[in-house]
Write a new protein. Structure first.
Ligand SMILES: Cc1ncc(C[n+]2csc(CCOP(=O)(O)OP(=O)(O)O)c2C)c(N)n1
Ligand SMILES: Cc1ncc(C[n+]2csc(CCOP(=O)(O)OP(=O)(O)O)c2C)c(N)n1
Ligand SMILES: [Mg+2]
Ligand SMILES: [Mg+2]
Lengths: 410, 338, 338, 410
């Protein structure tokens, strides 16, 4: 080529690769309780710093400290722990079910359970999430039946989506959980549209958009921010920064910026970073943003700083691109352990009760799984009718689909 | 009854839908205060307020994506893409989202959108103001795609589209906005007020999506066309003297195959006309269907008269445009072969 | 000569092009350090450095848009879209930019890109990991669209694509990556090492874009297929005993019409097979062309065996997939009709 | 609908509409010379303020003041005036030609000539612009023949683009002017790709992307910033904020953000706002950004604050959406007048010389136009062959295009 090497392409690289010792020494963990809690009607310009900070509530001793503490009752916090434990146990069972060939695919939320469980606890009935594939915690927290989730995963005869969708691509209007799409990013602007509709209708419901760190690079991230900014939609825009997008580290999507949250500032949208492994912090920030939306101040962007402790999906093997022990070294710890410690510090929980709860949850899930499997698994037992394939493409089947169904002999 | 242009008919349809149902909202680039670059939404913001008719940022994916969210909420958005040539940034939202939503959620959520877009050439708009992308929608399961050719249908089909619970791509042949253009670009423009289909009933009525209209009965050859090409085909029939049966498909998905079959079975010959590029255009589907369903009636090879497989040219607009001369030649040709 | 999987052949082709021409650069999501989710770029970053093979942000429009800029500069980018289902965000850059650049600038700028993408179903990937969008490219003037069906072609056609000065959409039937899948999903997987087209010459060679290959000579009926469906069609011919001539199109634009014509003129019958949805799929174009060019040879209506016009299902993958039973039925059917 | 009006959709409105008296009292014009000039290797974080300020050099008396002054020699400044006068005169003639039916369409740069003329003067040969349809100043400044531009506008027999493109959709690789697209925004990421290629090749050439205020809402604006940030591409990303996007005022695209420039900050890309009607300021900022790129510090985002004084295009009539006199009241004045005043204040120009130059330029353009019209106009005289339509769709015409050309009888 040209030869006289003047420019060089800069290609970001993570600090560690397989074989290296994980190194998070550059990752600054701000003190819990240190971040200020601005009034909910604050202008974005006045809280730039929160886009670079990390709001934390639970300290190393498990105490809830600082101005963001206190958003949850004891009962709510206990439910939060139970929800997270449920998600983790459910994930473990379904991962195994996939390995056993009972379904084709699975995706865990391992290590990031607090984000969706705490967030959902801050919403009101009627609010609508536009989730990605890693927000099963929203459904679990909202009380969607685990058995129905399993039926979907198994594409069995009781699958509410009739075997049409890939496992974990749930949909529940009733529980405020928008149908998951396989195409990254598309749902972020849809959340804004839903919130705009709520405003047009003079309603009081809010929407929540969800996107991964990697997917912020998608163009619909921009569409969402533009529309949310212009129309001041009552929406909470969540970025789940779990450090990885399949094999690429967050630096590929983030580039030269210090944080993902800071992307909101150029839209005049308040942007807050929160410790995504701190249940209390996520809940407090979500409540703040919900209140802000409810009072008509429009959108908030939240970056949840967490870590994807498992593989991307059952099709992935992270040992090919990151050190095996990186998850264990993640400086924000494990969300379940942290909330458990907090509850014990509060005197409302104990190791014994925890062990007992764990056993209950596990056996519940095993029982549920047995029930679900009575409805069939992907390759065995009862399953939806192939004729379902032709239904609901349109509200009423047009002639060409009727012909095709006849051709298929079903 | 009133004489209307297609622009007025389209505006009237939206007005009626907004009046009857406050869930209907209209938005897009320049559609609010200004009333649209082609004026198809003129007066709607004034009448219904900026919350029901508004300008959006220039982001087609945002327009359709927001409309999908609104549809999921329970509204009934009717959005404008300024030119069909600019729908590509919205294509992912249209194909992967709007078209799939009902099916993938088992009716939990639906996308009752209407996506309006001016289509076709003949206005010296060059390659990015002249395209006819209907085939790119027709191939996508879950979308309805319709193309009116006159004010009467424009209004009735737009009301039907807005009231439809499925996403409808509503293509507006911009060369027809102000008159029934038959391809004779050198001639003076005929206004819609001189055309019987410029007669538009007042108030609410619908033209069902999926029914074709026979614009000229004939026995020699069936011409399948839609949008501007309907008028071109009629002119070609007149000028060649070929007794063509000209079918205005109006809707390409769903398609009125019965009307097509009945006609080809009668005439035994078929010419297919569209302005879009030929390869894998909707004419290919029509030819495939006719070849399959009317195999034993066909007496001569079908001919497709279409835009060439090149970008839409600026200077050579009339060389590219499938005008009456090209269609007429095809009519004579299929009459000669057998 | 070496036995290779299609994955290895695709990797090898890129390796050879990068080795021979330092203007060739390779990038996309997860293609750099990790070597691609299907491992088609494994080892390239290690060998050529991160400046020539790198991971990109997850933005398909950015990937193609950047590649266009690079092409205009003088590089020769070969980019990966992780699944063909995810090409829609890049569709504007592909259609409005890459496909038009040479023509609209009168050769001032060109877009010598290769855009690779895994296509098709059969892996229980559900509606967003299974699509076959080739028709959406075929309709666009200025794009070449090719689909290899075996390692030998995969390598030779990818080298030809990268060396081609036009934008080439290179679709990789992902169900064929590891073996010649004929649709018998219940059977054990046959590896490419057991197939003669798994024999891949070392070093540089090309398979010209636009030439079809006859995979099975026959006299009863012509089967037009590409990608996975070639193997399905061969199985169907074997199983039904119909003496089908199976043509592997390999390239749909440009299309080897001569080979098709010669075959249909010989057999008088034609079955068209693809996995994509039927309406306005590439099969429509094939049917239209055959109906036009072979009108006087056809002895029976053509049949299209395709994916249905629904989203690609998860649970009912094998009901949807146009497998050997469906193709076989069509073969028998066209042999019975006349 | 819901009825109990809680939320309301916020739809931004400009301050004035037709019939209103233009009111720019809220528009703060910073003092010329006041903005600091940071070192070119500065980090984006340290110059946030420049994304909200307006860098100005020429003061009301026509003096060049402050740290950004002095980037041009007298000769360069004189050439700048001449280039701007040429663009304006050219635009006026071509507008008239369109009205006379000699072509189908035209777009002026009226009021924003400084942006592209000054910018181009800061580039080096071999650098590549990815312009929009309103940057004819780049071509004029680079010395592209006006007659060739006219030939393109007329789609005549000497049109370098063979009548294929809409008028003003020029292309000139030689003059560093990428082929214009009708689709907004697409070229912004292409500019980044070109710059990445320059870096991959070890070259020293830079790219410049161009986008309008309205088009920043398009998704490829985001693609461009993401890629520029991640790969630190040697590119200058220009936003021409001329206040209007056809009929929509800049508030529709900008939303709740204070400025368009601030969008760069969330990508770690230095973002500067400049008085786009101040030739000296635009040039100085462009030079700064070019130097920054040359030294390997990557991308810069520049928001040129200007005003679209004419209609959007010959298809548009702004009296339908904005007060007629708004352009005259625009607080940053007219770029030609301002540079002229500066040059007179410098003692190197005078009203007489200006009048004379104007007369020369006008008569030159008339003469050029006569020559161009010998090659034909859109509907008259010689024109390209229709067969050109079929060429260059591919490098070599495939069989189906040859068949179609034969079918067309050409
Ligand atoms: C449009 C599109 N492009 C690419 C993909 C393939 N893909 C699926 S998940 C993924 C990574 C997403 O990473 P991130 O957004 O960080 O979410 P996470 O998986 O970490 O939760 C990619 C590239 C896709 N699904 N859709
Ligand atoms: C993708 C796309 N959408 C819409 C249009 C129609 N359109 C052409 S120019 C324009 C306004 C652009 O405004 P701005 O970016 O501010 O540039 P300006 O005209 O002011 O220079 C619009 C909406 C287009 N050309 N491309
Ligand atoms: Mg991630
Ligand atoms: Mg503008």
């Amino acid at each position: 080529m040209i030869g006289n090497k003047v420019f060089q392409l800069h290609v970001p690289e993570p600090q560690c690769r397989p074989g290296d010792t994980p190194d998070f020494s550059g990752f600054v963990v701000p003190e819990a309780g240190a971040a200020a809690r601005p009034p909910v009607d604050v202008d974005a310009e006045n809280i730039h710093n929160l886009a670079y900070d990390i709001i934390r509530v639970t300290d190393d001793e498990g105490r809830a400290v600082g101005p963001w503490a206190g958003s949850l009752t004891d009962e709510e916090a206990l439910k939060g722990l139970r929800d997270m434990m449920t998600v983790r146990s459910f994930d473990a069972r379904m991962l195994m079910a996939q390995r056993q060939g009972k379904t084709s695919f699975y995706m865990q939320a391992l290590g990031e359970e607090a984000v969706s469980c705490a967030f959902q606890a801050a919403l009101s009935p009627g609010d609508m999430n536009f989730p990605t594939y890693r927000q099963q915690g929203l459904l679990v927290t909202a009380g969607y039946p685990l058995e129905t989730m399993m039926n979907q995963i198994y594409s069995n005869s009781a699958d509410p989506l009739l075997g049409r969708q890939l496992p974990i691509m749930y949909s529940s209007k009733e529980k405020g959980f928008f149908s998951i799409s396989g195409n990254l990013g598309t749902q972020f602007i849809q959340a804004v549209g839903w919130a705009m509709a709520s405003a047009i209708a003079g309603d009081s419901k809010i929407a929540a958009g969800w996107i991964g760190d990697g997917a912020t690079a998608e163009s619909d991230f921009h569409s969402a921010l533009v529309f949310a900014s212009t129309f001041r939609a009552p929406v909470i825009l969540n970025i789940v920064n779990n450090q990885w997008a399949i094999s690429t580290f967050q630096g590929i999507a983030r580039g030269k910026a210090a944080t993902f949250a800071s992307r909101g500032l150029g839209f005049g949208i308040p942007a807050l970073r929160v410790d995504g492994n701190d249940f209390l912090a996520v809940h407090a920030v979500a409540k703040w943003a919900a209140e802000r939306a409810h009072l008509g101040h429009g959108a908030t962007l939240i970056e949840h700083v967490t870590y994807r402790a498992g593989p991307h999906s059952t099709s992935d093997d992270p040992s090919g691109y990151r050190p095996k022990t990186e998850a264990a070294d993640w400086p924000l710890g494990d969300p379940l352990e942290r909330l458990k410690k907090h509850l014990i510090a509060q005197g409302i929980w104990s190791e014994e009760r925890h062990a007992q709860a764990q056993a209950e949850i596990d056996s519940d899930i095993i029982a549920t799984q047995k029930r679900a499997e009575k409805n069939g698994t992907l390759h065995d037992g009862p399953h939806p009718s192939p004729k379902d394939m032709f239904d609901d493409v349109f509200a009423n089947p047009p002639a060409h689909l009727i012909r095709q169904r006849q051709e298929a002999g079903i | 009854m009133a004489r209307m242009t297609m622009i007025e008919a389209i505006r009237d349809a939206q007005d009626i839908c907004m009046e009857r149902d406050d869930k209907v909202v209209v938005f897009g680039q320049d559609v609010g205060y200004f009333g649209g670059v082609f004026r198809c939404t003129k007066g709607l913001q004034e009448k219904y307020g900026p919350q029901r008719c508004f300008d959006t940022p220039i982001n087609e994916s945002g327009i359709v994506g927001a409309a999908i969210g609104m549809g999921a909420y329970g509204l009934r958005p009717c959005v404008e893409i300024q030119f069909a040539d600019y729908m590509y940034p919205a294509y992912d939202q249209i194909v992967s989202e709007a078209a799939r939503l009902r099916h993938r959620s088992n009716k939990d959520f639906i996308a009752p959108l209407t996506i309006r877009m001016p289509t076709g050439g003949g206005i010296f708009g060059g390659q990015t103001h002249s395209q006819s992308p209907e085939a790119l929608f027709a191939h996508v399961s879950g979308l309805k795609t319709v193309i009116p050719s006159n004010p009467y249908d424009a209004k009735g089909m737009l009301i039907a589209s807005i009231e439809d619970d499925d996403p409808v791509i509503y293509l507006e042949p911009k060369r027809l906005y102000n008159g029934p253009f038959d391809g004779h670009h050198e001639a003076a423009i005929t206004p819609w007020s001189k055309h019987e289909l410029g007669e538009v009933p007042e108030g609410h009525y619908t033209v069902p999506l999926g029914s074709a209209a026979i614009r000229r009965a004939g026995s020699d050859v069936t011409v399948l066309a839609y949008g501007t090409m309907v008028h071109v085909a009629l002119a070609a029939a007149e000028e060649t003297g070929v007794d063509a049966e000209v079918i205005d498909l109006r809707s390409i998905v769903p398609l009125d195959l019965e009307t097509i079959k009945a006609s080809v079975e009668k005439t035994g010959r078929c010419v297919i006309v569209h302005e879009a590029t030929r390869t894998c255009g909707f004419g290919a589907e029509l030819a495939a269907l006719v070849a399959h369903h009317c195999f034993y009636s066909l007496e001569a090879p079908m001919v497709r008269v279409t835009g060439y497989d090149t970008p839409y040219p600026h200077a050579h607009e009339w060389d590219y445009f499938p005008g009456p001369a090209r269609v007429g030649k095809a009519l004579l040709h299929v009459m000669e072969t057998e």
